[in-house]
Design a protein around this ligand. Structure first.
Ligand code: DGL
Length: 270
């Protein structure tokens, strides 16, 4: 079982930022990544739809023999983690809890900002996770829907993303926010500009944390505890990347999100 692949899914290609960190932290693990490029974005969809899509994909990955499941999408974690944990007989890890833990430890002012899709912010998932860790934390959340197309188009620097970041972060001005959670798969690509604008508006150093690194670390712990860690093989593990749509516009983004060229990308119907 430990040599079985890890199932990783996202609404599209954004979860490749999480997949990338998993391959760095756990180089012997083979990934079976499923990106729902035919139905992306999920960040503007309803709770019911996000749950239905998530279950649909999770069952498919389980049926393909995944040993554990990583919900690499913040929106899916925020709306469907509970139901996935309940309905699947596999270990399931989401991206909210690990970064919330890191952020709760990082803040010195007990005031955090959370940036995410509309659906993630509306769910209140980050507030709940942070307050479970420390009821004294103050959490200010801001939906940033335009960051997703900016990251996909590669507009991660320059006047346009800077102005967009300024508009989204303006409500935090005057607040003692010292830690920002990038609660969306796409935002790590905009991390430098978000940090620069935040520090300028807030007039203080701001720690910017994304889910990818914290999730890879939490996954290493989970696989170790469940005795599911893959042993080192002679050859590097063969990852498979499945997409529900294979348009060229997404293909251009793969390497930007994953940090390396993707091989073995296949179209899959759900
Ligand atoms: N993957 C989504 C997330 O992390 C962002 C893209 C979308 O809206 O589907 O929330």
């Amino acid at each position: 079982m430990s040599q079985a692949p890890l199932g990783v899914f996202d609404s599209g290609i954004g979860g490749l930022t999480v997949a990338r960190r998993i391959t760095q932290r756990l180089p012997h693990e083979a990934l079976l990544y499923l990106g729902d490029t035919a139905r992306v974005p999920w960040g503007n969809k309803s709770h019911e739809t996000i749950q239905r899509y998530s279950l649909n994909i999770a069952f498919r990955l389980r049926d393909e023999g995944a040993k554990a499941l990583v919900v690499a999408c913040n929106t899916a974690t925020a709306h469907a983690l509970d139901v996935l944990e309940e309905r699947l007989d596999l270990p399931v890890l989401g991206v909210v809890e690990p970064v919330a833990r890191a952020a709760a430890q990082a803040t010195r002012t007990s005031t955090l900002g959370v940036l995410g899709t509309r659906a993630t912010v509306a769910s209140g998932a980050y507030e709940r996770a942070l307050r479970r860790l420390d009821p004294g934390l103050r959490v200010l959340a801001q939906p940033c829907p335009l960051f997703v197309p900016l990251a996909e188009e590669g507009w991660t620097d320059g006047a346009v993303p800077r102005e967009v970041a300024r508009a989204y972060l303006r409500p935090f001005a005057g607040e003692p926010v010292d830690t920002l959670i990038l609660g969306c798969t796409h935002y790590p690509l905009l991390a430098s500009i978000i940090q620069e604008v935040a520090q300028d508006l807030l007039q203080r150093p701001v720690a910017v944390l994304d889910s990818a690194g914290a999730t890879a670390e939490a996954l290493a712990t989970l696989l170790h505890e469940q005795r599911l860690l893959a042993s080192s093989g002679d050859a590097p593990p063969a990852h498979r990347f499945w997409m529900t749509d294979l348009s060229s516009s997404f293909a251009e983004g793969w390497s930007r999100f994953f940090g390396a060229a993707l091989t073995d990308v296949e179209h899959v119907d759900l």
